[in-house]
Design a protein around this ligand. Structure first.
Ligand code: 4GP
Length: 841
């Protein structure tokens, strides 16, 4: 308030208010200005990096102007806000997205061209913001885009990792991890050196009774780390709303050095303290669907949660409302269990700092939080050792024990004498050492819990959280099926398809209301339309073929069937099933007569994805894929009929090239293991068909697009448990075709078979937990159906058009509206027409 300019001087401010550019000339002026002043270069010294920097700064200025206005508008309106807490935001590139969302890409294209640059080259200068592992992080990014596009007052809160997900290199067929230092030049973030929060760790708790006889707990001692805010503007599509993603960076509290230590001659240790503090936000943990229980990870979680809650509470307190109104003003969504400590932290703030009663505080807390679960895999469910907790966050552990005690008392009242139940649902697992079960804490501290696709939301209710449904009733548990933003995943990744759709549906409105795609149904048999549709797919395949050539040296035929599986490498996602299928195809081709060969559709099998650095089996799968490629791609006997490609370092910007180029993509997880999947949606939206299991969102995709337009195979989720039991306690004979594949591997056809022993062994000798053999036959048969279907291009194209026409449901806008209505109870904040939006809608 003190920093506010007095009324008489405000006219001057209004007169000179920043105005976002809207014309080509103004854009060029801004670019030249940034080159010549901000970057201190000139036309004699401006390479593509500099042009990228200047163009980004021009757009950044524009975004930040709208960002400021949006924040003011939201503050004045004083309506309920959403805070999306996520340890991962897999944003990818920002420039292209910003240009498209504000509707000024054409202007930028012309402007850059007049200045001597091709816009594609400039876009390609940008380093991906890769602060995430896979689906969970990318979902958060899509949600930010949707929340801004729908004008929701919403902030994302995360960590500003110095190193995002590692860069993957393939060396001699093996994955090698290289650090991803992405902050060299990042025009999209604004450091807020004025927004710094002290975060406490370690120390102890002193308890006493005050004069009024009230129990007081004081958390004291330990160490302080400083959290500095970095803000990233999130532009909505075709709206002035520009929301905020706030990322925290860690620094030692003493500034650069501990001067006491420094002066007493202990220079090294004063620098070491600094480095220890900076370590907190140094690196993203590179695990997808896996929890490793490392102390530094818990430190990251608390650091981020404490800073974010401090910020949220500070903003709330400015409104001078009663605490009881907190949940009317604020909804906090927990993206998985990683931010679960926020529940405990808010309770601590309310009872220890603000002096509320336990019950009053707890009502506020539970009404504020919602928790989204993203996996049922047991190895991914977060647990923290009690001794570790005790040391790092002693007061929080006490509060967790109290939460658990009150919770178990309520369970006891509801199910008197059911001791087994108490043991099963306790937030504290009575193991050696004891463990804090974060998912249980998240459930108990939230008013809604949701899964991310129908099957998944049913599974959490019938398996891992079954008891909690009995305790809280079924209404606490709900489903919000995932979605993707059509802005990035159609308009940006596949501009020609977007343009074609726009030309048939009356403009770009479909990007804001994806159900408009329905209008494409009437073109499903339209000859002219189909021709254009197919040409676009072909052009996208040519683009990918060029990329494959330039990165792997392998020539692939764009007329071949492109079969793509890109996602994190994981046994449950079953890239091994895919590569065994490829080897089976190789064997089949080798045995074919020339006549038979002529009838087979040539195929390119494309893989991409990272393995967690410590996930040995996943790395073995990568190695096998690469070695199979090395053999098959050089086999003159096979030629164009089969090529096997592993694309290095799969990330968001590569996905934008890969996704529009599929004929089929593979989503073949063991039924019941993939919570939703989101790349399945991206591929179908871009006119590719799916080969998949009845898992995650594949099921709802099938329901929407029709079962004639998808290739489903494999065992159902309900049969998985029995099959596993049979493997372990009954007879387990392998599929004979799979045995042939294994025999070929064991003959050293793809290099030393010893390297793959653990992989084949996990199926032959160790119970085949992921049902590779059980599903193999059905998979191979279905691949044959794909081959057959692909021969009839007319029908194939019709299927892809119908599929796209029916994908409206999978927009992340629909998800956000569901969250807003069912979980957050927030409304969008409408914006007037006052903004300086671009002309391209
Ligand atoms: C992922 C799920 O594996 C994926 O099915 C889902 O689409 C995605 O979340 C978004 O909901 N889970 C994780 C994880 O990445 O680490 O649990």
């Amino acid at each position: 308030v003190e920093a506010s300019i007095p009324e008489p001087q405000r006219d001057a401010w209004k007169k000179f208010q920043a105005k976002p550019f809207v014309s080509k000339d103004d854009f060029e002026k801004e670019v030249v200005r940034h080159v010549e002043t901000t970057l201190a270069r000139s036309m004699f010294n401006c390479d593509e990096t500099a042009a990228y920097a200047a163009a980004s700064l021009a757009f950044r200025d524009r975004l930040i102007t709208e960002w400021n206005r949006t924040q003011q508008r939201q503050t004045f309106a004083d309506t309920k806000r959403v805070y999306y807490l996520s340890l991962e935001f897999l944003m990818g590139r920002a420039l292209d997205n910003a240009m498209l969302n504000v509707g000024l890409k054409n202007i930028a294209k012309e402007g850059l061209s007049e200045l001597g640059f091709r816009i594609e080259d400039i876009i390609n200068q940008e380093h991906d913001a890769a602060l995430g592992n896979g689906g969970l992080g990318r979902l958060a990014a899509c949600f930010l885009d949707s929340m801004a596009s729908l004008n929701f007052p919403a902030w994302g809160y995360g960590l500003r990792y110095k190193y995002g997900i590692f860069k993957q290199e393939i060396v001699d067929g093996y994955q090698v991890e290289v650090p991803d230092y992405w902050l060299d030049f990042n025009p999209w973030e604004f450091p807020r050196h004025d927004i710094v929060v002290d975060v406490q760790f370690y120390g102890g708790v002193r308890k006493y009774q005050d004069e009024a006889g009230k129990n007081v707990a004081v958390w004291e001692g330990g160490e302080i780390v400083k959290a500095t805010a970095y803000d990233v503007p999130i532009p909505g599509f075709n709206t002035p709303t520009t929301n905020n993603m706030r990322l925290w960076s860690s620094k030692a509290a003493s500034g650069e050095f501990d001067f006491q230590k420094f002066n007493s001659g202990d220079y090294e240790s004063s620098v070491a303290d600094q480095q220890r503090a900076e370590t907190i936000s140094a690196v993203l943990y590179p695990n997808d669907n896996l929890d490793r229980g490392k102390e530094l990870r818990l430190k990251q979680q608390y650091f981020w949660v404490a800073a974010s809650l401090y910020d949220i509470v500070r903003r709330f307190k400015k409104s001078k409302r009663a605490w009881s109104e907190f949940p009317d003003q604020i909804a906090i969504q927990l993206n998985d269990t990683h931010p679960t400590l926020a529940i405990v932290e808010l309770q601590r703030i309310l009872i220890d700092m603000e002096g509320l009663d336990w019950d009053e505080a707890w009502t506020i807390v539970t009404n504020t939080f919602g928790y989204t679960n993203h996996t049922v895999l047991p190895e991914a469910l977060e647990k923290w050792s009690v001794p570790l907790f005790q040391n790092l966050l002693p007061r929080h552990l006490q509060i967790i024990y109290d939460i658990n005690m009150f919770f178990l008392q309520s369970v006891e009242r509801k199910f008197p004498g059911d001791r087994d139940m108490l043991g099963r649902v306790s937030i504290i697992e009575e193991s050696q050492p004891k463990m804090v079960r974060m998912a249980f804490l998240a459930i108990v501290g939230s008013h809604k819990v949701n899964g991310v696709a129908e099957l998944h939301s049913d599974l959490i209710k019938t398996t891992i959280f079954k008891d909690f449904v009995k305790i809280f009733g079924p209404d606490k548990f709900t489903n919000v099926t995932n979605g993707i933003t059509p802005r990035r995943w159609l308009h940006q990744a596949n501009p020609r398809l977007s343009e074609l759709i726009a030309s048939k549906t009356g403009g770009l409105g479909f990007l804001k209301d994806l159900n408009v795609l329905n209008e494409l149904e009437k073109f499903a048999d339209d000859k002219e339309f189909k021709k254009e549709w197919a040409e676009i797919k072909y052009a996208n395949k040519v683009r990918l073929a060029k990329y494959i050539k330039s990165t792997t040296g392998v020539t692939v035929n764009p007329a071949a069937l492109f079969d793509i599986q890109v996602k994190r490498i994981h046994e449950y996602k079953r890239q091994q099933l895919n590569i065994f299928g490829v080897i089976h195809r190789y064997l089949t081709i080798k045995a074919m007569t020339p006549e038979e060969r002529k009838k087979l559709a040539p195929r390119v099998s494309i893989f991409g994805g990272k393995a967690a650095p410590g996930y040995w089996m996943a790395k073995t799968i990568i190695h096998l894929i690469n070695n199979v490629g090395a053999v098959v791609n050089k086999d003159p006997d096979v030629g164009d009929l089969l090529k096997v490609i592993f694309l290095e370092d799969y990330n968001v910007s590569k996905a934008e090239i890969i996704t529009p180029a599929s004929d089929v993509s593979e989503h073949i997880s063991t039924a019941g293991t993939e919570a939703s999947g989101t790349s399945n949606m991206k591929f179908v939206l871009n006119g590719g068909l799916i080969i998949g299991t009845c898992d995650g969102a594949n099921i709802e995709i099938t329901r929407e697009i029709g079962e004639n337009n998808i290739f489903l195979f494999g065992n159902l989720a309900e049969d998985v448990e029995d099959l596993r039991h049979t493997h372990n306690y009954g007879s387990h004979t392998l599929d004979p075709d799979l045995v042939k594949v294994f025999d070929l591997i064991k003959s050293n056809a793809f290099g030393d078979a010893g390297a793959f022993g653990a992989l084949t062994g996990s199926i032959e000798d160790h119970g085949d937990y992921y049902l590779v053999s059980d599903d193999f036959h059905s998979y191979i048969q279905t691949q044959t159906l794909v081959d057959e279907a692909y021969k009839n291009q007319e029908e194939w194209i019709t299927k892809t058009i119908l599929s796209v026409a029916r994908m409206g449901f999978f927009s992340s806008d629909r998800c956000i509206n569901e969250y807003a209505e069912m979980i957050w109870n927030v409304e969008p904040l409408p914006v007037g027409k006052e903004s300086g939006l671009g002309k391209e809608e």
